[in-house]
Design a protein around this ligand. Structure first.
Ligand code: UN1
Length: 506
């Protein structure tokens, strides 16, 4: 690995308009082929990363509890500097992480690049926010004769449970937020992607996060359950399914002792509404991006497209036409648009859904997938949106026609799903757009563009209802939820002790 660590990752690599057309050139310049061969050989040689035992999970919490004492007292500027150093290391070893994302996460070059960018952004953004929030105790307004300050501090040991679909960005986003707020962390990555997590933790340690402040525990849901059930944890941050978030909530609620907060980002049955005033070419492009890129394995991905009846035939035809052009296959081939799904279990689940839809709905398009862990993009037309009752985490799009006068019914249908993560609107009528935005409690709404790939610090990401608790990741309110607040009021008018206490501060 060290031999490749000097490979530069030029900033312009991230420019989205340059990714597709020059992907081949970039891939060659980075030496990705060689790196990927190395990563594959290394991972094959090392075998799987062993799951932790429940005892090891408990020991990690105990060690993190000890690490909290000094990390929480480390100045916020030092904590922020460690995150900034991590961002720098990530960038300078970008190619290595891209190769890992491809080898372990099955990511296309395009997806791996944007994930790396997001991971770097999280580190820098939380460092910058943290300097503001934790750097100085805020002076509160108050009457004369009294000093009031509000300080924010770490809560204790935070458990971070992250998903396989963003094994670097979401993993690091959770962990760096918790650390920046002054917590120590026990991180439990998805069982499908432990190696990326392990390298990310090693990088954070190297960047200056003390070993005892950050612990990695590999394993499946049982290890996650053991961690959340531990008596000494002070918070949980989780990204994954609504069902698991509920079970974490129950575990936390059943414990004696302090009330432990859960910050959860979960699923969605994300919709897009395209009316007759939308630009068809743009809709086709944005639908294909939103529904099929990343093989639909984003919680932000489009699942349910409502198309106004007047334009539906033509629109569906154009979307199918655009989908036909997607190249599905080896994620390490830079020409690939859609890579594999995460594992055979996911493939089987998705194929069962495709089989059900083939019986119950009208098939408009089925792509071709190679042998192996691939699922071909599909487009089904439903009679009724109610036929889709759960989040389907793959490249399957469901289309429903609506009449202009029944837009209200469409909104009620979206509301009834109970989810509120992302929504797309394609329309050229401002009143329609505004009415939809006003009406729906949805976390991220995208107008006349695709609905994936929220940018840290620009499009704070996260949903409502069944989609999560908030606050939004990559947004200005996220870090505060990881911290405790302490208000100190000092009577400065009284003679003696209090005045002396303040004077002593100066
Ligand atoms: C997820 O897929 O778990 O906007 C959330 C996006 C990403 C989604 C991350 N930030 O597409």
């Amino acid at each position: 690995a060290a031999a490749h660590s000097k490979i530069p990752l030029p900033g312009d690599l991230y420019a989205p308009e340059r990714r597709n057309s020059r992907g081949v050139e970039f891939g060659a310049r980075l030496g990705l082929d060689r790196l990927l061969t190395d990563v594959k050989a290394e991972t094959a040689g090392l075998g799987p990363i062993a799951d932790a035992t429940a005892e090891q999970a408990n020991a990690a919490v105990t060690a993190a509890r000890a690490g909290f004492a000094s990390w929480s007292r480390t100045p916020a500027t030092t904590r922020a500097a460690a995150l900034e150093q991590a961002a720098h290391l990530l960038e300078s070893r970008g190619a290595r992480f891209i190769a890992l994302l491809q080898a372990e996460g099955g990511k296309t070059l395009d997806d791996a690049l944007s994930e790396l960018r997001e991971a770097v952004d999280f580190c820098r953004y939380y460092a910058a926010q943290g300097r503001k929030l934790f750097g100085v105790d805020a002076a509160m307004p108050g009457p004369t004769g009294e000093s009031n300050t509000l300080a924010m501090r770490g809560r204790g040991v935070f458990v971070a449970i992250s998903p396989w679909n963003f094994p670097l960005a979401i993993f690091l986003g959770q962990v760096t937020a918790a650390l920046m707020a002054g917590n120590s962390v026990v991180a439990k990555p998805a069982e499908q992607t432990p190696r990326i997590a392990r390298e990310a933790v090693a990088l954070l340690h190297e960047a200056g996060i003390p070993k005892d402040a950050l612990h990695l525990v590999a394993g499946d849901g049982r290890i996650g359950a053991a961690l959340t059930a531990h008596a000494d944890i002070a918070g949980v941050v989780f990204t994954g399914s609504t069902e698991v978030a509920r079970s974490i909530n129950r575990t936390l609620a059943a414990k004696d002792g302090p009330i432990v907060p859960l910050i959860a980002e979960t699923g969605g049955i994300n919709a897009m509404i395209a009316d007759a005033t939308a630009l068809p070419e743009q809709v086709a492009d944005d639908v294909v991006t939103s529904a099929f890129r990343s093989a639909g394995q984003r919680c932000s991905a489009l699942r349910l497209l409502f198309v106004q009846e007047d334009v539906a035939d033509r629109m569906i035809e154009m979307i199918a036409g655009a989908a036909r052009e997607l190249r599905i296959g080896d994620p390490c081939d830079v020409a690939t648009h859609v890579g594999p799904v995460i594992d055979m279990e996911a493939k089987q689940r998705l194929e069962a859904h495709i089989a059900r839809m083939t019986r119950e709905a009208r098939l408009h398009f089925a792509g071709h997938a190679p042998q192996g862990c691939f699922v071909a993009p599909h487009i089904f037309e439903l009679k009724d949106a109610g036929q889709l009752t759960e989040e389907v985490f793959g490249p399957i799009l469901h289309v429903v026609r609506y009449r202009a006068e029944s837009l209200e019914r469409v909104l009620a249908t979206i509301e009834r799903t109970g989810y509120g993560l992302t929504l797309g609107i394609h329309s050229r009528i401002d009143d329609t757009i505004e009415a939809i935005i006003d009406r729906l409690q949805i976390g991220n709404i995208y107008v006349n563009r695709n609905m994936i790939g929220a940018v840290v610090g620009v499009q704070p990401f996260g949903g409502n209802g069944l989609s999560g608790t908030g606050p939004k990741a990559g947004g200005p309110h996220y870090l505060a939820r990881f911290a405790t607040e302490q208000t100190v009021t000092i009577n400065t008018a009284a003679a003696g002790g209090n005045a002396a206490l303040l004077a002593g501060e100066e």
